[in-house]
Design a protein around this ligand. Sequence first.
Ligand SMILES: Cc1cc2nc3c(=O)[nH]c(=O)nc-3n(C[C@H](O)[C@H](O)[C@H](O)COP(=O)(O)OP(=O)(O)OC[C@H]3O[C@@H](n4cnc5c(N)ncnc54)[C@H](O)[C@@H]3O)c2cc1C
Length: 456
Amino acid sequence: MNYDVVIIGAGPGGIYSAYELIRLRPELRVAVFESGHALNRRHCPIDGEKIKSCIGCKSCSIMSGFGGAGAFSDGKYNITNDFGGTLYEYVGKKQALDLMRYVDEINVKHGGEETKLYSTAGTKFKKICMQNDLHLLNASVRHLGTDINYVVLENLYEELQNKVEFFFDTPVESVKNLEDGYEIQLKNHSVTCRECIISVGRSGSKWMEQVCRELKIPTNSNRVDIGVRVELPAEIFSHLTDELYESKIVYRTQKYGDRVRTFCMNPKGAVVNENTNGIVTVNGHSYEDPARQTENTNFALLVAKHFSEPFKDSNGYGESIARLSNMLGGGVIVQRFGDLIQGRRSTPNRIEESFTTPTLNATPGDLSLVLPKRILDGIIEMIYALDKIAPGTANDDTLLYGVEVKFYNMEVEVDDKLETRYPGLYIIGDGSGITHSLSHASASGVFVARNIAEKI
Ligand SMILES: Cc1cc2nc3c(=O)[nH]c(=O)nc-3n(C[C@H](O)[C@H](O)[C@H](O)COP(=O)(O)OP(=O)(O)OC[C@H]3O[C@@H](n4cnc5c(N)ncnc54)[C@H](O)[C@@H]3O)c2cc1C
């Protein structure tokens, strides 16, 4: 065998697997194969001047490379079982929280010392939300910020680079089951290992499907979240963001009984493009450094769509809706809430005259031509509900960017050790469909590493 352990993907899941394996068993031969670039070579060409929107790079630096999809993210590590994944269903609630706290300690030790841990515990907002038919979920959140998140990754790489073999710009093509291990097929050659951890995240979702098909690992996919990113002056949400930083608020619509939730709140942040397998959607981030902050706060409003038999391609459904916005707007569409309610498109002029200045250069248009009525109705209802706890949310100049899609990777069948039916083959992080966040993905990495360190 060339290696004791091969890790596929250097996102948080892969990095924390490597970190914990080497901490517990420094003598192990561990290799990490990553299809994207090394951290210092990750660069999105959008500069707002020469290149204003996504040009579809072969390897998207936002989604791929050392640090994974999380590298330029806002670095919000939520310590909770209430959202961000269902790791607790496999490892138990207490262990899941302990693992997330352990990851937090590592982040703090590697550059996050000065960052703040916010908490919903004991806050008055829980009651205010309930009084307005809104539900604030429990969580502690460490906000690293895009800048410190990068520093933490740099420090982790620095520590690991001489103990683990990293191969960047090296996509794994397939994984073959051998009698006593695995053969990892690369472009021109292959390597072998005893144990293999697959942690390919969302950008590796199509590849993951292929691997599961080839190895006959059962999967299940029935959920996608679709919605918009809301952007408004930071003052409107400042009473919530100053105390909680991020508030995850859930609302059940009166019309259809659907659940709409706020997601990924970025106080004084910026709205950004995201390219997943060639489809441009919207996301957001913010900096810890006050000099890089904006005057706006942004967050997503997402409607969860669960499908029942016979439909199985929930991600395909989300992709089709995102494609529609790409077709009409050449990328992401932006619309003033007032225009949406008046049933007219936003034009460049109306956006120009808006009191809220967009932080993303998106195409002014009409989201009602893109989003299904049921989803759009839910979003409008939630905006009016939020207006009761944060007056001004339903102002005409509130900007809505679409579409934001939260693709859920198909759920892969693994046992309570996150091990597939093949002994020594683990599937973790967002690629497993079990986690959907930095903290849960990282925690799943620590968890499998501990099991492997004990077993080998
Ligand atoms: C803009 C943005 C902001 C976000 N903000 C937050 C946030 O604030 N808080 C939060 O909790 N979550 C956030 N997320 C989500 C978070 O980044 C993910 O949940 C997390 O990164 C998942 O970690 P992972 O290791 O499972 O996968 P990923 O981070 O996706 O890493 C997987 C890696 O595997 C590589 N890969 C894929 N296929 C192959 C292959 N065949 N061979 C080799 N390598 C491969 C990819 O290039 C990638 O680098 C954000 C996401 C984005 C895009």
